[in-house]
Design a protein around this ligand. Structure first.
Ligand code: SF4
Length: 347
């Protein structure tokens, strides 16, 4: 009989499971705390449960969903990339970055990605499968165990398009922010999407209190379509209208990400168009010089990056250049598992 993967369960499902095992309902709360507050890796450590109950859990439930394969550390020690193995042999990665804002973990939501952004190595893999809620949560828990420190912020920007795995992602984030669970702050969690409009609207309607980022990457539909085919379906004006709605209804600033690609979207003219496009939106703009690896695209010269940046002088919103953390260990966006052993995915 297949074991129940306990971290894939929402709390109400965990209660049902515990009752079905012939135990009192309140035991579910104790188990939940062992999982998400104490972050144990074995049922044997759940000391306030009877021995027979721990044995039952061991017999019927799977506790750990990910196995650590290796860690790469950047020369300055600030970025660590963890290669993690799923039960079916696929690999994903999570990247831990230290900064003045704390310890931020970049988590994956899918094995591969179907969105096919032209500049992205993960996009080249296509989609293999969605991660389950437990596999998303366990990236945080396992990295905390491996690194020996708490994760303070999460950015959902690793492999995959988060909004194409919406339900599992929301279940995972709800558990990570639950007062009775890990109790992370919602405002310390950023979900980054390539622009899946119906799910952005759902996110707004459901009044999810996580922060939202949209990967914009071009100031016109023509340019965006070239590098992000999904723009044909959900063009810029619709996306920006949704972005405005988010800032108004959630009273949160939205982040726009813009990967700078040489000769594609990095001219001063592009910067001026982008500046006009973002006018009046309560936003923050992150410029991300492309990290050239195995790609037909190139990073712009530093002078071109600075010229682009200087167009935003005097704007009312913050603009930062995100010199990709961890580029030296292939930990930049879309450059994760695809490099491992030169193979896209290991089965
Ligand atoms: S950039 Fe994001 S959405 Fe686009 S293909 Fe890569 S992982 Fe998918």
């Amino acid at each position: 009989m297949e074991k129940t993967r306990i971290k894939d369960l929402a709390f109400a499902e965990l209660e049902k499971l515990i009752v079905s095992l012939g135990e009192k309902k309140f035991r579910a709360r104790q188990i939940y705390q062992w999982l998400y507050v104490h972050n144990v890796r074995t049922f044997g450590e759940m000391k306030n449960l009877s021995k027979s109950m721990r044995e039952k859990l061991h017999e019927f439930c799977e506790l750990n969903l990910l196995t650590h394969e290796n860690t790469k550390i950047s020369p300055d020690g600030a970025t660590k990339k963890f290669l993690l193995r799923l039960h079916d042999g696929y690999h994903i990665e999570s990247v831990l970055m230290h900064s003045q804002h704390g310890r931020t973990l970049c988590v994956s939501t899918q094995v591969g990605c179907p969105v096919n952004c032209r500049f992205c190595a993960t996009g080249l893999m296509g989609l293999h499968r969605n991660l389950t809620a437990g596999e998303i949560i366990e990236q945080v828990l396992l990295v905390e165990n491996l690194a020996g420190e708490n994760v303070t912020n999460i950015v959902v920007m690793g492999m995959g398009e988060p909004f194409l795995n919406y339900d599992n992602l929301m279940q995972a984030l709800d558990i990570l922010t639950d007062d009775d669970g890990k109790n992370m702050a919602r405002r310390h969690i950023v979900v980054s999407t390539s622009g899946i409009l119906p799910q952005i609207e759902r996110f707004i309607t459901e009044n999810r209190r996580y922060r939202l980022a949209i990967s914009l990457n071009a100031p016109t539909d023509r340019q965006r379509q070239q590098i992000m085919p999904l723009n044909r379906k959900w063009p810029l004006q619709k996306l920006l209208a949704a972005a405005r709605k988010y800032t108004e209804s959630n009273r949160n600033r939205i982040t726009f990400e813009y990967v700078l690609l040489r000769g594609i979207n990095d001219s001063v003219d592009d910067a001026q168009k982008l500046r006009t496009l973002l006018q009046g939106i309560d936003c923050k703009l992150n410029l991300i010089p492309f990290n050239t690896i195995y790609s037909i695209y190139q990073r712009p010269e530093k002078e071109a990056i600075m010229a682009f940046y200087s167009v935003f002088e005097g704007v009312r919103f913050p603009v930062t250049i995100r010199w990709s953390k961890g580029a030296d260990i292939d930990a930049a966006c879309g450059q994760l598992v695809t490099r491992e052993g030169g193979k896209p995915v290991v089965q």
